[in-house]
Design a protein. Sequence first.
Length: 180
Amino acid sequence: MEQLLSIPSGFKLFGLEIKFYGITMALAYAVALIICIILCKKKKYNENLPYKLLLIAFPLAVIGGRLGYVIFYPSDWTFAKIFDIRSGGLMLYGGVFLALIGIWIYAGIKKQNVLKYLDLIAPCLVLAQAIGRWGNFFNQEAYGIEITNPALKWFPFGVFIEADGLWHYATFFYESLWCV
C-alpha cells in the first residue's frame, strides 16, 4: 500500500528541476493576491494597493524566511550556502515577521493606519498558509510523530513518509484545514 502513496517531489522542465513545493508556494501567493484584489475592491481601497503590498512583502518574506532558517537552524553556513535557497530552508515565521515590518514601515511612510493593511492581508495570509502547507506534503516534511496503531494509518489522518518508511500524523494537513 505504501508504494501507491509514493509521490514525486517535482519534475524536470528544460533541464531545470521544478519542485511541487515551489509550485504550491507560487499558487499560495497568487491566490492571496487575488483575494487581496477582491478585498480592496470591496473596501474601496486604491486598486494598486495589493501590488504595492506584494512588492514589499514578497522579497522581505523570502529574506526573512531565509534569515529565520539560518538563525534557528545552525549549520556550517558559508556565504554561498546562506543564499542558496534552492537547497531548502525558509522559515515561515521569519518571512511573515520581516514582511509585516516592511508593511508597517510602508504604512508609516504613507501616514496610514497599519491596521488597515493588516486587516486587508490577514485573510490572504491565512489562506496562503493553508495552500502552502501542502508543499510540506510534497516535501514529506512538517509531519507529526509516528503512528503505531494500524487502524490510524490512512490519509488524511496519517501520511506515509518514505525517508523512514513509517506512518506519521499528517500535521501539515491539520494546519491546512485549520487555516481554511
